[in-house]
Design a protein around this ligand. Structure first.
Ligand SMILES: *[C@@H]1O[C@H](CO)[C@@H](O)[C@H](O)[C@H]1NC(C)=O
Length: 325
């Protein structure tokens, strides 16, 4: 290149101002060269020697100058290309840098993703095995569930039966309870009647000219006050069945005994006869009578008869309500 440039400079020097106008660019170069170093001694000597060369040389030189012009054009072209390429290169470099940076990022990201992926895969394996296990457990539980379901159904059916039974029993129980309440009330209301008496401590009663009502004066028991010692009458307080009992003791010659009256009507006659005094004779009789409320019972000593009692309670009269009707 330097050789070519030197040659060119030489040619230009030779051409001088005569070369101007043929090519603007070359003219300018020649002028620059003259301005830069107008009085170079070597050039001057060259010019002097050139003036003496053959005219063909000029032709050759002109051809060379044309070549140079062409080369210059090419150089300019190449320079432009070069400049464009340089710009492209800079752009490519920056793109490359950016790509490299991106690649590094992506590699890092990739490594992270690999790690995460392998972690996920191992988790997946664990999950699969867990799922298998759960499926097995699920199957077992399903069987158990079916069994429990059928047991539950059976139990529910039994429960339903028992509830029904329970309801029935409740009804029966409340019925029984109310019946018990009623019976308790009835029992509480049920009159209690019991009396036990002895006739007298005075010894022999009678004989009298008329029948007399015996007033058993020693009252030992008189629940319900159904027996009246001042009249000798027993009055039934309620309708019911009554048990009545008496014992007659005779201690003197003659007849002894009592007659039983119900509402002033005789319902029993009995007698015992002793031939002599101080021979004890006695008997006991018992009655079970169905009486209505207000019915009266009393014992009568017939006229001419006698009866004996003292503190030993020989002659007694007693009775009680067996049950109401
Ligand atoms: C007669 O009966 C009453 C009452 O039960 C009794 O207190 C008394 O001791 C009895 N008399 C005799 C001698 O047992």
């Amino acid at each position: 290149m330097r050789v070519v440039a030197g040659l060119l400079l030489l040619l230009l020097g030779l051409c001088g101002s005569g070369a101007q106008g043929e090519a603007g660019g070359l003219g300018e170069v020649a002028e620059i060269n003259q301005n830069t170093d107008p009085k170079h001694p070597a050039e001057e000597s060259t010019q002097q020697s050139t003036k003496q060369t053959d005219p063909d040389v000029w032709t050759e030189l002109r051809a060379l100058r044309d070549m140079v012009v062409e080369l210059n054009v090419q150089v300019e072209l190449l320079q432009r290309e070069n400049s464009v390429q340089a710009t492209v290169l800079v752009s490519l470099e920056s793109r490359l840098t950016s790509s490299e940076s991106k690649t590094r990022d992506l590699e890092k990201e990739n490594a992270d993703l690999q790690t995460r992926l392998s972690s996920s895969e191992s988790e997946l394996l664990i999950s699969k095995s867990r799922i298998d296990q759960l499926e097995r457990e699920n199957a077992v539980q399903a069987t158990e569930l079916t069994s429990l379901g059928s047991r539950l159904t059976a139990t529910e059916s039994k429960t339903s039966d028992l509830e029904k039974e329970n309801a029935d029993l409740q009804i029966r129980l409340s019925s029984s309870e109310s019946r018990i309440d009623q019976l308790e009330r009835e029992n509480a209301e049920k009159p209690k009647v019991a009396f036990y008496t002895a006739l007298t401590d005075a010894g022999t009663l009678g004989p009298y000219n008329t029948d007399i009502t015996l007033k058993y004066s020693k009252v030992f028991t008189n629940i319900g006050k159904a027996y009246n010692p001042s009249t000798g009458f027993f009055t039934a307080p309620v309708k019911g069945v009554y048990n009545l009992q008496f014992t007659v003791f005779g201690y003197h010659a003659g007849y002894t005994g009592v007659q039983v009256y119900k509402n002033n009507q005789r319902i029993m006659y009995n007698s015992e006869k002793s031939s002599e005094n101080y021979v004890p004779e006695y008997f006991t009789k018992s009655l079970v009578l169905e009486l209505t409320a207000g019915d009266e019972i009393h014992l009568v000593l017939p006229s001419g008869w006698s009866i004996y009692d003292n503190s030993d309670n020989f002659s007694t009269f007693s009775g009680s309500l067996l049950f109401t009707l």
